[in-house]
Design a protein around this ligand. Structure first.
Ligand code: GLU
Length: 256
């Protein structure tokens, strides 16, 4: 299977903005193992701004664009250094791709990015993708990595997109507020009734919330690709996913 896995800042970093070493170690180990078993993996990783915030010793995630972009420049470097180090232990080669919305809108750039991705997978490398936050801003750019990962899944003709989140999946109500909220295991059609369930919430260090995840679901399922939202604190769930067991919430791709 060709799987795009998106991991968010809240999974990779502590609230201090420093790397969550245990989470990082477990996640990279499972992904390395999935690659060893023959799956093609593309990782879309957030964490540049979050980790830059930690590395620069800033007390909170910056709000102004130049500081955000500076933090991203610092944090992206740290992020790739850590991925290289951890995946390197399992003899996997990482490849950084930093993309902007232009790369998906301009036909020629889109062709280039799809070709590069395909070639990297043929070469058994592990593409690690993020938005090029040093030049694009949330307002003008793609803005969040849920959307970016959906665009990547379509461009890479993936079989599946997995969004690793800080929540088990999509619920019938906000599980932080309503104890009767139940996990929805399968969404056959990502329509307005589904969007009505998603709030606007976002964590302190990341940017996404349920809304961007549902937008991502709409984007990929329209192209026939399934998407799963599951809990990023349990990376071994990726084994269950690869083996076809139900995990989190699965959004079913439209029959093409
Ligand atoms: N690209 C941003 C980063 O690496 C994160 C975007 C997101 O959290 O969705 O910090």
């Amino acid at each position: 299977m060709r799987i795009v896995i998106k991991v968010g800042t809240s999974t990779l970093a502590h609230t201090t903005g420093k790397l969550n070493i245990r989470a990082f170690e477990e996640l990279t180990k499972v992904i390395a193992d999935l690659k060893n078993s023959g799956h093609e993996i593309i990782l879309v990783s957030s964490g540049a701004i979050g980790m830059g915030t930690g590395k620069l010793g800033l007390s909170t995630r910056p709000k102004d664009t130049p500081t955000k972009q500076a933090a991203a420049a610092v944090g992206q470097c740290e992020l790739m250094y850590m991925y290289d180090k951890y995946f390197g232990e399992y003899h996997h080669t990482v490849a950084q791709m930093l993309l902007t919305s232009d790369d998906f809108e301009d036909k020629e750039k889109y062709g280039n990015l799809s070709n590069t991705l395909a070639r990297l997978l043929e070469l058994q490398a592990l593409p690690v993708i993020n938005e090029n936050d040093t030049v694009s801003t949330a307002e003008l750019g793609i803005g969040d990595n849920d959307t970016l990962s959906a665009l990547v899944a379509v461009g890479a003709k993936a079989d599946l997109l997995v969004l690793l989140s800080d929540i088990d999946g999509l619920y019938t109500a906000d599980p932080h507020k309503d104890k009767d909220a139940a996990l929805i295991k399968r969404v056959e059609k990502t329509d307005e009734s589904v969007f009505a369930l998603g709030g606007e919430s976002a964590s302190d260090l990341g940017t996404g919330g349920m809304k961007t995840k549902l937008n991502a679901a709409k984007l990929v399922t329209d192209k026939g690709i399934d998407m799963i939202i599951c809990n990023g604190t349990k990376p071994y769930l990726l084994y269950d996913i690869a083996e076809g067991r139900p995990v989190g919430t699965r959004f079913i791709g439209k029959k093409q």
